[in-house]
Structures are given as structure tokens and as C-alpha cells.
Design a protein around this ligand. Sequence first.
Ligand SMILES: *Cc1c(COP(=O)(O)O)cnc(C)c1O
Ligand SMILES: *[C@@H]1O[C@H](CO)[C@@H](O)[C@H](O)[C@H]1NC(C)=O
Length: 503
Amino acid sequence: KHIRMGNLPVDTLRPLDPDTFAADSSAVVDFLAGYYRDVDKYPVRAADLEPGRLRKLLPDAAPEWGEPMERILDDVRRDVLPGLTHWQSPTFFAYFPMNASAAGFAGEMLSVGLNVVPFVWVASPAATELEGVVVDWMARLVGLPDRFVFSGGGGGVLQGSTCEAVVCTLAAARDRALRGIGHEGIVRLVVYASDQTHATFQKGARLVGIPPANFRVIRTTAASGYALTGNAVRAAVEDDEARGLVPLYLCATMGSTGLGAVDPVRELGEVARRHGMWLHVDAAYAGSAAICPEYQGYLDDAELADSVSMNPHKWFLTNMDCCCLWVASPATLTAALSTYPEYLKNVDGPAGGAKAPPAGVDYKDWQISLSRRFRAMKLWFVLRRYGASGMRAYIRRHVAMAEWFERAVSADERFEVVAPRRFSLVCFRLRPPSTDQASDDGGVNRELVAAVNASGRAFMTPFVVDGKFVIRLAVGGAMTEMRHVRDAWELLQRTAEQLLGQR
Ligand SMILES: *Cc1c(COP(=O)(O)O)cnc(C)c1O
Ligand SMILES: *[C@@H]1O[C@H](CO)[C@@H](O)[C@H](O)[C@H]1NC(C)=O
């Protein structure tokens, strides 16, 4: 039984009618404002974890007739929200934050509404040029050397994720190396990472054809704060060279996902240079902190790097998705990624990215896909609305909360901080009771994080290092305030007391 409730008769469907557009869109904005007002009242982790729950609630087939906006939004509220984990909740401390903000949303709304596709310069010149400007602005803000801005011969692009950025730079490095040794040489290419490097790097290496046996994972230890050392990399590289292999690419991390560890970029750059390797710096999360002078040292060390990436969608108030990738040699990147079918020739504009960049850039040649989103708008809105000082204060506020939490944990002898805190991530655990010592299944700490998650009052994720099961508290939500961190600590203490009491 189909009820024709729609206010959109099929024979005169006008999907971009400006009046309907305004009404429907403001209904969504009102819905979201209400959501943000109440988001701290939802259980932060999805309350309803029953698999298949939504499929049972929804009809088997798409509706025959269009339905009114209110009815769809009611279903979102009733059926969808209870199955969501609320990433914008102030008590979300899991993974890393994925920031939303009014400015990020406004910019995203604009770019989605304009819906232009800047794959070649002429396809939307101002969109390409705005992207060139904002990636230069960001490069300056995080303290990157001149070689990564357009006027210094480098340049940046906005992609959807670090994973894509890593694949693109791996392809660039691969093709550069294969030009020297011939395509059959691909089986001799070796890539290097640490045991703390994000898994995305291994996936990227697989995607560009690096033999799995040539993926080196260098062990890190507590002594270096779980950072790579130049010596360890040099030893691995020399070993491979002695066997006739070709060092290709080294991935350094500023702010590793598990522990927030920072690899020494300058030292690694020297090793990479000496052995002809591409050095990439993955600053997905902590790159945002580099806008503060106290953290800038990390990225101005990138003088010897070939590429750097960071995700403003994590800790820089820019709604998903937005990853800045900077390269020192755009020509090496585009040599691996460019295509020139006749239908895309830039007849009215500078061809092939040859002229005064960023004006002459065809961003399709800086990424995997052809079509692309106009991401520059939202990052531009964030930078203009909040300003560099506003953003620095935002970052420092989170770091201060993490510092407070770190001190609280250290002051409670039942707990310990497991790795040095550098930014807004604190890795800690309950000192395991002696009965737990032998087991590395997490014991009481696994129970602790599970109980906290199940309470719906905070959400954290665990990590394992040196056989220790640790709990990560990643501060960085746009709505997170000191009181939320304090509440989380009280919840952890109370829960720990109960668990320890039961043993
Ligand atoms: C989050 C994260 C990634 C993955 O980022 P995507 O944009 O999701 O691909 C990579 N590296 C580090 C250090 C991260 O924290
Ligand atoms: C909560 O804690 C557990 C640890 O038991 C962890 O494995 C998981 O990732 C967290 N999330 C959920 C969905 O419970």
C-alpha cells in the first residue's frame, strides 16, 4: 500500500527548485542544531549493537513515491541515530577525533551545494586556485619548509585520506626508481616503516606492487619513545643493499596512531637522502598541533622529506573528508598519475600544469581519481572563521586537558602512563594485579575499557605495545571540555575500583 504523501509530484519533479531547496536544507540545519544540543545525552558508543537491526526496521524496497522531508528526518531520529556512535559527542575519546565545526559544515555545505568538479583547472578555475592557496596557507601555518609551497617549487593538494596520499606518493617514488632500473626491477624495491606506522602504509605498498617480502617493519622500543632511529633504518637499508635490493621509500610518522610517537624527521631524512629513498612524513593527527610554535620543530625538520601529509578532518575542525598532501616535486607526482585524454585537454587554460602554479594545476594528476570534491572551501572557511590564533588556542586547550589527565593518572598508584604524552593522546593502564602478569590478553584493563564503553558515558579504544594492553584517551572533540575529561577520569577510577574489588 503506497501512500502518496510527497509534496513532490513526479510529473513536475524539480529537484533543485530554490524554494524547496531552502526549506529542506533549513530543516536539516535545524535537525543538526538540535542534535548538537543533545549529543552529550546519547550513549556515546552506539547503544544498539544488535547486528541487522536497521535492516529489520526498514522496508525491503525503495519507496515508489517521494516522501516529505519531516517524515524522512523522523526516521533518521528514530531508526538511525540509536545505531550510531556519536563521534561529535564531548565524551568521545576513541581512535582519533574527527572534528566537525560550524565553519567546516558551512564550507562543506557550500561546496556540496555548488557541486563543481575541479579536475582540470578550466573545469573550475577558482576552485583549483583556492585549493592552491589554502594548501600553501596550511604549509606556512604548520611550519613546512619553502620547498613544499608552490612559490618554492613544490605544492599541495587536498585528498580524501592519508591512505590515498600514501598510495600516490608511493606510485611517484616507484616510477622514479623504475625509470632508472627498468620495470622488472619492481621486485627489488623495498619500503621501510616502523612497528608503529599506520597500517595504511602496508596497504599502499601492496597496492603499488611492492612485493610483500620487501615490506620492512623496524622494531621500536620504549627507549626511543617508540620512535624510529636513524641507526635502525640505516642497518636495515644497508642489509638490503648488500643483497642487491633497492631502498625505495621510508615512512616517518609525526604522532603515531597507537601512542602518539614522533619519528626524528631530520635524522631519517639524512638516511633517506644518502640511500636515494623517498621520505614521507605522515602527520595525520599531530600535524594540526604544528600550528603552535611549541610543536613546529617537528615539521620544519621536513627539509629533507619528499612529501608530507596531515588530516585537517581529524583535529583541525574541518568536516570529513580533508587530507593535505604536500610534495617537494609536483612533476614527480604527476609523472606517475597524469593522463591526457582528448576530452580533458585544458584548451582554455594553462595545459598540463606547466604554467605559473597553482593557477596551472590540473589536480586530477595529483590524485587517484579523476572527479574530485571542492574541498578547499571548507578548509578556507575554517581558517577564516577561526583564524590561526583561534586554532592555536583550540589545540592548546586539548593539550592542556590531556596534560591534566596524564597528571591525574600518574598520581594514582593503581594506574600508570605507558608512553610519553606529546600531544593530546594519553596511553595508560591499570598496573595489572600480579595474577594478570603472565597474560597479555589485557586482563583487568580489557575489562575496564569494555565496561567504560558499555556505560555509554565515554568511549575509548585500546592498543597493545610490548605485550601491554593499554587504554588510549584521545582528547580532541570540538565539544570536549575539561569537565568531560574529569568525568571520564572519575568513571575510570570508579570502574577500576569495582573490577579490582571483584578479584
Ligand atoms: C588516522 C591516521 C591515518 C589514516 O588516515 P586516513 O585519512 O583514514 O587514511 C594514517 N596515519 C596516521 C598517523 C593516522 O593517525
Ligand atoms: C570498547 O572496549 C573494547 C575492549 O574490550 C575494545 O576492544 C573496543 O574496541 C571498544 N569498543 C567497543 C565497540 O566496545
